[in-house]
Design a protein around this ligand. Structure first.
Ligand code: FAD
Length: 441
């Protein structure tokens, strides 16, 4: 009996083990055949998958596609990037661009030519040009400076102009790895759907803040310094063909002509001494520590952004504001007198009309002329209000009119900066240049 029991349980255990083994094996096979489906896509429409259409990804896509490869590029953001990096392309970079057939991407982006560096230290300066005749360099030895985003957009356009490049907007979430080999990526497409893409070769060009490369490389990245900068609009360096490198403390500052009308100012700072931008410490640091170390010759140019344009911009701003208040119809007698005064003054002909029209037309960048004419309008409006004889009510209205005129002028004068506006350092030079240009035309 005991023997029968042993045999029965042995047989049952065997059968159970076999059944479990069989079922497990079948499900493994089924999983394998499910895995096989994407395998078909791996050898499908794409030869190379590129993550990121920045400088590297776009140029690579173009080069590979020119070579006949089918390229799928996935880029997180197709909008023109706005960032402070990759703005200075050295002559060697231009040569490479030429070799890739991408040299026309530097056209139409207001790129500026640079022939070398101007270096400053402790009040001394020297110019270091790129060598013109030497070392077998087979290309025109000048650099180009530009807005990185404009250049990246040109590269993207150029790459996607090829029929075998598919440039898709999407964010790559992870790399698909099998037995140590990258087979493709998972990504969120423009519609927000999570999907996959496969290719025999995947190239990750997702920039310096890459999350994806971390899983592939054990490099310990260390932030040694930050580059902080801003762009000054409507100004030109005296020597726009040089990158101006100022060796100051704690590190260095750079100024270069990033477009025909803009100057990039940047400087390097260290993580242990990084002032807060949010609470204004950075601005104070720049004014007190960096700006005084910039050679006066360059400082004048940057200052010019604030001061040279001041007489003209302040004149037009104040006039626009004053007129927009004075010309509004009103039941208030003082305001109405001011409105009438403006009309009379503007239409009286001669010196008054031409003076006002020169100011309105942006032909006279002298704030003092503006103040003179606004005072004259106020006085003639007051005289109009007091005529034919000054009753107490008329005197009261004329006092209010004077108050209104001051309200139109004083806050704007203050906002524009009285000193900058009335006593700008370069006003005479500016006027001379401004008028000379007008005469030449
Ligand atoms: C401060 C600074 C200044 C520099 N100045 C210069 C210079 O003057 N001259 C010079 O030659 N070089 C300069 N460089 C270096 C140069 O900018 C880089 O070498 C170059 O931009 C690298 O190109 P890239 O294509 O690898 O990365 P990027 O040009 O940064 O492009 C990365 C792209 O990947 C996309 N991306 C990121 N993550 C994902 C994701 N998960 N899915 C999909 N897309 C993604 C991004 O949107 C971006 O378009 C500078 C670098 C820094 C940091």
């Amino acid at each position: 009996m005991a023997f029968t029991h042993v045999c029965f349980w042995t047989l049952l255990t065997f059968m159970l083990t076999w059944t479990v083994f069989y079922v497990t094996n079948r499900s493994k096979k089924a999983t394998k055949s499910e895995d096989a489906a994407p395998e078909e896509r791996k050898d499908g429409a794409t030869d190379v998958l590129i993550v990121g259409a920045g400088v590297g990804g776009s140029a690579l896509a173009y080069a590979l596609a020119k070579d006949g490869r089918r390229v799928h590029v996935i880029e997180r953001d197709m909008k023109e990037p706005e960032r402070m990096m990759g703005e200075f392309m050295q002559p060697g970079g231009r040569l490479m661009l030429f070799k890739l057939g991408l040299q026309d991407c530097l056209e139409g982006i207001d790129a500026q030519r640079a022939t070398g560096f101007a270096v400053y230290k402790d009040g001394k300066e020297a110019v270091a040009p790129f060598p013109v005749e030497s070392n077998n360099f087979s290309y025109e030895p000048s650099a180009r400076i530009f807005h990185n985003g404009r250049f990246v957009q040109r590269l993207r356009q150029k790459a996607s102009s090829l029929p075998n490049v598919r440039l898709e907007e999407g964010t790559v979430k992870s790399l698909i790895e099998e037995k140590g080999v990258i087979k493709g990526v998972t990504y969120k497409n423009k519609e927000g759907e999570e999907t996959t893409a496969f290719a025999p070769l995947t190239v990750v060009c997702d920039g310096c803040y890459s999350n994806l490369r971390r899983s592939l490389s054990d490099n310990n990245e260390e932030v040694l310094s930050y580059l902080v900068g801003y762009i000054s609009n409507n100004c030109q360096l005296e020597e726009p063909e040089n990158l101006h490198l100022v060796l100051c403390k704690p590190s260095f500052a750079m100024l270069y002509q990033i477009s025909s009308t803009e100057v990039r100012c940047g400087f390097e700072l260290f993580p242990d001494n990084f002032p807060s931008i949010a609470n204004g410490e950075m601005e104070t640091f720049m004014k007190n520590n960096i700006a005084p170390q910039v050679p006066p010759k360059l400082r004048i140019i940057i200052k010019s952004f604030y001061s040279i344009r001041k007489p003209m911009s302040a004149t037009v701003n104040i006039l626009g504001n004053a007129f927009s208040q004075a010309l509004v119809a009103s039941t208030d007698e003082a305001k109405e007198a001011m409105r009438q005064g403006c009309y009379d003054y503007l239409t009286s002909g001669g010196f008054r009309t031409s003076g006002m029209m020169a100011l309105l037309g942006g032909m006279n960048p002298r704030p003092l002329s503006l103040i003179y004419h606004l005072c004259a309008i106020t006085l003639s409006s007051t005289a109009h209000l007091l005529s034919p004889f000054p009753s107490p009510l008329r005197i009261w209205h004329s006092l209010r009119l004077f108050g209104l005129a001051m309200k139109m002028l004083v806050p704007h004068l203050k906002a524009e900066g009285v000193t900058h506006m009335l006593f700008p350092a370069n006003a005479a030079a500016y006027r001379k240049r401004y008028m000379a240009a007008a005469t030449a035309l």
